[in-house]
Design a protein around this ligand. Structure first.
Ligand SMILES: *Cc1c(COP(=O)(O)O)cnc(C)c1O
Length: 368
């Protein structure tokens, strides 16, 4: 591809010296697990989110699983989330032992439709996991109000929204607890796997600190039945470098998104909707088209990489048929899956690439 969908080496080269120096520092420290780098990163990232506590873990999936376990959600409980998400959201709920209840999304923002939330709640429902998909916060005000009314815990899945905000408040600080992934493609990405849970609740943070390491309060003595899910020192050191550059990187993402908005405005593709009062951080720039597959093929023919997030809704995937949702059950989600297309957008995207993508879409739509 001459216009790749994403270029992770280019992202590394942007801050190569600082990252290399951070790696060297860890290599020479002799401390590779749960040392100063993780402790400092947890403080710095929690502050970035406007929360008091952060607990580094091995992945975004583990962050969700351990957040639910810290809330004491497990077998016999239900957790509401969306089917229009990375499969990890639903997988983590199942790993906790709880049953996922899947609801449809709002067609404008592709995030959990609050109008459908109350009707999905049963006496067994313990929590709701809104996903801030593509970098845009879910509509948290009504979600929080309904959750409070029904005594549900709110776990924000922020894996795609580092640095986004809702009505002036950063994501991660809106619910009871929030989870982030540092998978390399995310807005804040490690050079490997990583995740974090943030919260303002000291009790939950304390439980998470035990759960991520065998339930140890003191070494070799498990106070809780725990797990092994630790963020490592190398990733934490790299993430500390990248966290310093995240606000500027998100600004670039927003500028690129604005350029797509302006240049695609007269073409027959549906552009992403940005809810007023929210700061969208464009983890992905997702357009919609009735002719999505033909458009993607046309762009591929011009050497332009695109992707679909996600082509098969979770409830339609073979592993999740047993959740009992028939096709047709979540009409907005199912329609989106056939229409969405993610265009190239990343902070180090070379000048001119975006204009080439726009020209190729124009050619597809108008023949010019
Ligand atoms: C990436 C992602 C996850 C999972 O994170 P991992 O670090 O890959 O385990 C969870 N939820 C959403 C919405 C994601 O995009």
């Amino acid at each position: 591809m001459n216009i790749p969908f994403l270029n992770l080496q280019a992202e590394y080269y942007q801050h190569q010296e600082e990252i290399d120096e951070a790696i060297r520092r860890v290599l020479h420290s002799g401390r590779y697990i749960l040392g100063q780098e993780v402790a400092r990163f947890e403080e710095e990232f929690a502050a970035f989110c406007g929360t008091t506590h952060g607990v580094g873990v091995a992945s975004g999936t583990d962050a969700l699983l351990l957040a639910l376990r810290a809330l004491d959600v497990g077998p016999g409980d239900e957790v509401i989330t969306v089917s229009h998400t990375a499969v990890a959201t639903v997988a983590a709920i199942e790993l906790s032992g709880a049953r996922p209840l899947l609801v449809d999304v709002d067609p404008a923002t592709c995030t959990l439709d609050p109008a459908l939330l109350a009707a999905a709640i049963t006496p067994r429902t313990r929590a709701v996991v809104p996903v801030h998909l593509y970098g845009q916060p879910a509509d948290m005000a009504p979600i929080l109000a309904i959750a409070q009314q029904h005594h549900l815990a709110v776990v924000e899945d922020c894996a795609q929204a580092h640095g986004a905000s809702y009505q002036g408040r950063p994501v991660g600080s809106l619910g009871d607890v929030a989870t982030f992934s540092f998978y390399p493609t995310k807005n804040l990405g490690a050079i490997g796997d990583g995740g974090i849970v943030v919260t303002n609740k000291a009790g939950i943070a304390g439980r998470l600190g035990l759960l991520r390491q065998y339930g140890w309060r003191e070494r070799y003595v498990s106070a809780l039945a725990g797990y092994n899910s630790r963020l490592d020192e190398l990733q934490a050191a790299i993430l500390r470098v990248r966290l310093r550059h995240l606000p500027a990187a998100n600004d670039i993402r927003r500028r690129l998104a604005q350029a797509y908005h302006d240049q695609l405005a007269d073409l027959p593709v549906q552009l992403p909707y940005e809810r007023p009062g929210s700061r969208h951080v464009y983890h992905l720039y997702v357009v919609q088209s009735d002719r999505r597959d033909a458009l993607a093929a046309h762009l591929a023919g011009q050497g332009i990489g695109t992707a679909v997030h996600y082509p098969v809704p979770v409830h339609v995937q073979p592993a999740y048929h047993r959740l009992g949702y028939d096709p047709g059950h979540l009409p907005v989600t199912e329609q989106l899956a056939g229409r969405i297309l993610s265009l190239p957008l990343y902070p180090s995207m070379p000048a001119g690439h975006l204009e080439t993508v726009v020209a190729a879409i124009r050619h597809f739509a108008t023949g010019i």
